[in-house]
Design a protein around this ligand. Structure first.
Ligand code: ADP
Length: 589
């Protein structure tokens, strides 16, 4: 629709009204003026005629044509009026302006006919004789009731027309002045109306742009003023609602981003509406890349996508456990809830992801541990049981066999004891670790290493292994001596166990990496790389048979790890198969 300024809407209507009123008034006024002027002129003409009726009656009776003509001319000279005398037969007997001889018969003139029939005739018409518009008034000339002829008095009406023309001109000029004035007034009025409207338009535009704190000026024109008040109230309410929405959104964002669980919402087409940081990092994507994209574009886990599609397709909340294969296996518990709008239509779904990898791993470790313990205990118990039965079956009577069997039973019992002792010390360590009951004191590490080396002396001598202690300066660290001794003994014990006869083991302590490092190096069989990450797990052994044969329980390194952790440190290993291993305990400063 074409838009017009308010002025151009108001002004033409004002103008039309003014023109119509002016025309109506002009027409009415000029018509009245014309009528009254003509009536007055007619009356005037009639009076002039009546005054001369008697003299013309006498003249007509005398029937002296020249006298009649002279009288007409004389009267015309005095009164500036045309006098015509017409006989009953229509013949012109005298005329002040013209020679009656040359004038045609006047019996058909309307004013003459009216004068004879009604006693007075009046007409306005163009005179061919005088070639101008004339007013004629005719009255009968009679004597004692007998009509002798008609006296016609006439006057050009040019003066009346002239006067009317002046009136028209004045009215037209007045109309023009009024039109200009009305234009000015309507411009002023429309400006007065449009200015507040214009201001409102500008402020409303700012409202639309979101600047809801702006206020519309309240005009003193009632309608516009109350419109401004209503719009201000509307903007205020809108602002409050927007504030509430933004507040709620921020709260929601804060809740979502602080959640450990991954949360994301999708619409019915699987476009991502929202995704929190936890979910984004679970999928390994940047939050900036999420907007306006479908889940299928940004997530590459078929099981999860399948689950999302299923929830969206069935519009039913569901729960599932899915496994994601990234760099490592990850277990997720996914809960999908369908989202509805106010009308109850499905608008998408919300998914909560719980990373249960740690729980699953712990469960697996616990399962493995129980299986391992049972397995470890089963072998010596079965052996003990077997040899006891053999003894009872009669071997007891053969002293040589009995002694041999009893020795075997004793070895297995020792093994059982070793396993149980290691398990107990592990569980104690775990308890201490959990409750932080271990007391740490600043002690000389060299002393601890020396005691540990001495404890392993016997085993070393048996295998002709030289254990060298390198501990030049007096290094101090915050340790629990008994526990640290046990850890170092375990490492030296392993180094001796897995070294060949006449080998060499180095035990040292040094300050490095801002802390202290205890190292036990051997030049034995070494360990291949694939075993290194799991070496500190309980019951993990590179070579089970060899370990058992050497009296190992598979728990030594697990104990070392726990002791290192109790001290706030960690264990480490470097090894080359066939060349030797280097175990270390790193302690913080
Ligand atoms: P074990 O009682 O069997 O020695 P540990 O927990 O002490 O159990 O050690 C776990 C495994 O690590 C051992 O079975 C052995 O295979 C390997 N291992 C430990 N120390 C050494 C070492 N110094 N050289 C070679 N292998 C070793």
């Amino acid at each position: 629709m074409k838009r017009k300024r308010l002025l151009w809407r108001l002004y033409p209507s004002y103008l039309i009204i003014i023109i119509i009123s002016l025309v109506a008034i002009t027409w009415y006024a000029s018509d009245s003026f014309r009528r009254s002027s003509l009536k007055q002129t007619a009356d005037d003409l009639e009076t002039r005629g009546i005054l001369k009726l008697q003299s013309f009656s006498d003249l007509l009776q005398s029937a002296d044509r020249s006298e009649i003509q002279l009288s007409c001319i004389e009267l015309s000279r005095i009164s500036q009026t045309r006098f015509t005398v017409i006989a009953m037969n229509g013949q012109v007997l005298g005329d002040s302006e013209h020679d009656p001889q040359t004038m045609d018969n006047h019996c058909d003139r309307p004013e003459v006919m009216a004068a004879l029939s009604e006693g007075r005739g009046e007409a306005i018409r163009h005179s061919y004789t005088l070639r101008q518009n004339m007013m004629y008034v005719a009255i009968p000339v009679s004597d004692n009731g007998a009509v002798l002829g008609v006296l016609r008095i006439s006057l050009p009406i040019t003066s009346i027309e002239q006067a009317l023309k002046t009136v028209y001109t004045r009215i037209a000029l007045g109309g023009l002045a009024i039109a200009i004035l009305s234009a000015a007034i309507s411009f002023f009025v429309s400006r007065r109306i449009s200015r507040p409207l214009e201001q409102m338009r500008r402020t409303a535009k700012q409202f639309a742009a979101g600047e809801l704190t702006k206020k519309l000026p309240v005009s003193n024109i009632t309608e516009i003023g109350s419109l401004a008040i209503s719009m201000n109230q509307m903007a205020e309410q809108l602002y409050e609602r927007m504030e509430a929405i933004v507040r709620q959104r921020n709260e929601l964002e804060a809740v979502l981003s602080s959640m450990v669980e991954g949360v994301f919402a999708v619409d019915t087409e699987a476009h991502v509406i929202n995704m929190n940081r936890a979910a984004a990092s679970l999928f390994g994507i940047k939050p900036a890349k999420i907007k306006e994209r479908t889940l299928h574009e940004i997530v590459r886990h078929p099981a999860l996508l399948e689950f999302v599609d299923k929830v969206l397709a069935t519009s039913e909340s569901d729960e599932a456990e899915i496994t994601m294969f990234d760099r490592e296996e990850r277990y997720l518990q996914v809960h999908g809830t369908v989202l509805h709008d106010a009308q109850g239509n499905t608008i998408g779904a919300l998914f909560v992801l719980n990373d249960i990898t740690r729980i699953r791993r712990l469960e697996a470790i616990r399962r493995d541990f129980v299986a391992n313990v049972s397995h470890e205990l089963k072998t010596p118990v079965t052996s003990v049981k077997g040899f006891v039965e053999t003894l009872l079956d009669g071997a007891m009577d053969d002293p040589v066999s009995a002694k041999r069997f009893l020795e075997i039973i004793s070895r297995h019992a020792d093994r059982l004891q070793a396993i149980i002792e290691d398990l107990l010390s592990l569980s104690r360590l775990e308890q201490d670790e959990g409750m932080s009951t271990v007391t740490l004191e600043s002690k000389s590490l060299c002393e601890v290493l020396e005691t540990a080396t001495q404890a392993c002396d016997l085993k070393a001598t048996e295998k002709h292994i030289a254990v060298e202690l390198v501990c030049g300066e007096d290094i101090k660290a915050k340790i629990n001596s008994a526990l640290m001794e046990q850890a170092v003994i375990n490492l030296i014990d392993n180094a001796i166990k897995y070294s060949d006869e006449k080998g060499r083991v180095e035990v040292s302590a040094e300050i490095a990496d801002g802390g202290t490092v205890i190292t036990v190096t051997d030049y034995g069989c070494g360990i291949s790389n694939e075993h290194l990450p799991r070496l500190f797990e309980r019951f993990y052994r590179v070579d089970k048979a060899r370990s058992r044969q050497l009296g190992g329980t598979g728990l030594g390194l697990a104990i070392v790890k726990h002791i290192a952790q109790i001290h706030g440190g960690y264990p480490a290993v470097e090894s080359t198969p066939g060349k030797g291993s280097r175990f270390s305990i790193h302690l913080p400063a």
